[in-house]
Design a protein around this ligand. Sequence first.
Ligand code: CUA
Length: 335
Amino acid sequence: MQSWFPFIPESASTISGDVDAVYFYVSGVTVFFVTLISLVIIFFVIRYRRRNAFEIPRPIEGSHKLETLWSVIPLVIAMSIFVWGAKVYFAQYRPPQNALEVYVVGKQWMWKFQHPTGQREINELHVPVGRKVKLIMTTEDVIHDVFIPAFRIKMDVVPGKYTSEWFEATKPGRYHFFCAEYCGMNHSGMRGYVEVMEPKDFDNWLSGNANQMSPAAAGQAMFESLGCVSCHGANAEGGRGPALVGVYGSNVVLSNGPAVKADEGYLRESIINPQAKIVTGFGPIMPSFQGQLTEEQLLGLVAYIKSLSTPKPETTTAKPPATGTPQSANPVRQQ
Ligand code: CUA
């Protein structure tokens, strides 16, 4: 399905075709039944109209055959929409491994992006074609929403937590993105462009903007200046807090029983509200950093803690660690 169809934006990601197919299927089923039922109504109105004032219609008994038919057919149609839709939904919302991770902070009324190698952008995002990109998103104020029509993705950006969405662009170009959640006076102006580039051009763009500190490096500096290291030394020096090497991505056992997966959201919460989930064997002694850090500083700290668990630091040189080369026309799909 391409943009030849009116009102359909350009199709430029690996999932946009699947989303369009479901959309056209649902639309097709709707149009078909609206037409069918309208025609039948018109036909019946004419065919079975009252012909004189004293006419009494013949009584009609129910029909099990008919009732079964008009229950089973809609059930099959509804389930086909559900199953197909769920399949596309899971493909779209399950974040891929080895994605290029870009941090996004929304703010009335602008979008701030930061690449893992430090490059910052406002209302513009440069990405390589043929490479999975995961946006890890939060906001400094109210709810916003990142909507990239050409990629068929849309996700709320919510205060106090991280949400994410991902895409793999299939052709170079410039694609509009919007804020899709009403957020105040300049909501309609809170938009920009995703610039999809050939990997070579993207590398050039990156190296041309390479004088900024990476989020992980900024986070490490913050970690040291806040004195976190006195409790969370790399090898549990200090010993008052859990060691942070290897924490990200692991299952952390809590003092009140259950284990939780240490993802970005867990790390963020443990900085802002350390009492919420206490690791077993440690006391509730960590002070809260609520209100002391901006969302970008928090993202830096999270990126730093993640880097302690990632064997190789992430790069944005368009060379994914394990999957096929991004230059190939059909990169290996992850799922
Ligand atoms: Cu931000 Cu609407």
